[in-house]
Design a binder for this molecule. Structure first.
Ligand SMILES: Cc1cc2nc3c(=O)[nH]c(=O)nc-3n(C[C@H](O)[C@H](O)[C@H](O)COP(=O)(O)OP(=O)(O)OC[C@H]3O[C@@H](n4cnc5c(N)ncnc54)[C@H](O)[C@@H]3O)c2cc1C
Length: 319
């Protein structure tokens, strides 16, 4: 490359300054971020302990709500119910109960929703649900809600819930196409949902384009980015294949060789997701929904870097 003249150097420096200002990590500490945390119900005594340890660690960060996933099968569903009930009884956190259409009639799903309402649950994450393990594809249950939009309409008849629905920046894998999937998101919001939480993603531009497309399609409800702190890259990559989230080459390269080095893996994961969140914040995103996988460390660190701290710490950091 020929040597740059003085003007080119000035331009490059200006460009570099603009880029540095835009760089997530170099920006001032945000003070306007709201977070929510997703947990899954525990399947054993050991996992019960790690769930509640994680909840206790993250609770002081003052999440807007904490959501509890809902699985296929009676015992899993019972565990969701029990976790939501314990959150209500033993904490000041606002629970959001996930609910799906899978393997249940409309009456059965409505009964669960009514029970939640009677317990004091006011936020439902309404989903179609994934097919039970072993089933090749989703088939609506006879007499059940077929799709999430039907469930949202049903919930609206039961109580004045705050309703969240799923959204897919990289298109839901079973959708007929991006437009059909966007039409479906609109249908869910038109049926009465209040906001959308996205599937996790790693390419920030893909998410930002999706939000632009949603706005262009007349969707004005809040869209909250779903953030996946990567505790185990191999597992996350295999999950990506099933849910249609992309694994960019640069991401695989970052974790390459760290399979047996959990300490470095954790450091890389924390800096990666913090950078993603700070970049999104730089683009105007103020709410983040974390898929905690019942592990608090990474989520806590990322929240810290987003300025989300226990009340007293946050005040002193900004003072
Ligand atoms: C934030 C979040 C939380 C989640 N939590 C859980 C959970 O707790 N438990 C769980 O089992 N799963 C959960 N999932 C996974 C979710 O259940 C799956 O992604 C599921 O495959 C789709 O659910 P949905 O609510 O987005 O479905 P829908 O919005 O019903 O869409 C499903 C597919 O059907 C298509 N479609 C919708 N309506 C029609 C129609 N009328 N005709 C033809 N096609 C149609 C859509 O384009 C899409 O491809 C979650 C996902 C997200 C994003």
């Amino acid at each position: 490359m020929p040597a740059a003249n003085a003007q080119e150097i000035r331009q490059m420096a200006a460009h570099h300054r603009a880029g540095t200002e835009g760089l997530a990590i170099a920006a001032p500490l945000p003070d306007d971020v709201e977070v929510s945390f997703e947990f899954f119900p525990p399947a054993s005594e050991g996992s019960e302990k790690s769930l509640w340890d994680s909840i206790q660690r993250l609770a002081p960060l003052g999440p807007k709500y904490v959501s509890v996933t809902y699985g296929a099968g009676g015992s899993t569903r019972q565990r969701t119910h029990a976790t939501v009930e314990r959150l209500l009884k033993e904490t000041d956190l606002v629970p959001a109960a996930h609910l799906t259409c899978v393997d249940a009639t409309v009456q059965e799903v409505d009964a669960v929703a009514q029970e939640y309402w009677d317990m004091g649950v006011r936020h439902i994450v309404a989903l179609r649900g994934d097919p039970q393990a072993g089933a090749e594809r989703y088939v609506p249950y006879p007499g059940g809600y077929a799709f999430a939009s039907d469930l949202v309409a049903g919930l609206r008849q039961i109580g004045d819930f705050h309703i969240s629905v799923g959204a897919y920046p990289e298109v839901h894998p079973e959708a007929r196409g991006a437009k059909a999937d966007m039409d479906n998101l609109k249908r869910k919001l038109d049926a009465g949902a209040d906001q959308a939480i996205t599937q996790f993603f790693f390419d920030t531009d893909v998410y930002l384009r999706f939000v632009d497309q949603a706005r262009a399609a007349g969707i004005w409800a809040p869209i909250v980015p779903g953030i996946m702190p990567i505790h185990n890259f191999t597992k996350v990559a295999s999950f990506c294949k099933r849910c249609g989230a992309g694994v960019p080459r640069w991401l695989a390269d970052l974790f390459d060789g760290l399979e047996d080095d959990p300490a470095t893996h954790r450091l890389v994961a924390a800096s990666l997701v913090a950078e993603q969140c700070r970049a999104l914040h730089g683009q105007g995103e103020k709410q983040f929904h974390f898929y905690t996988l019942n592990q608090a460390d990474l989520t806590y660190a990322i929240c810290h870097m987003l300025g989300v701290r226990p009340e007293t710490d946050a005040a002193s950091a900004r003072a």
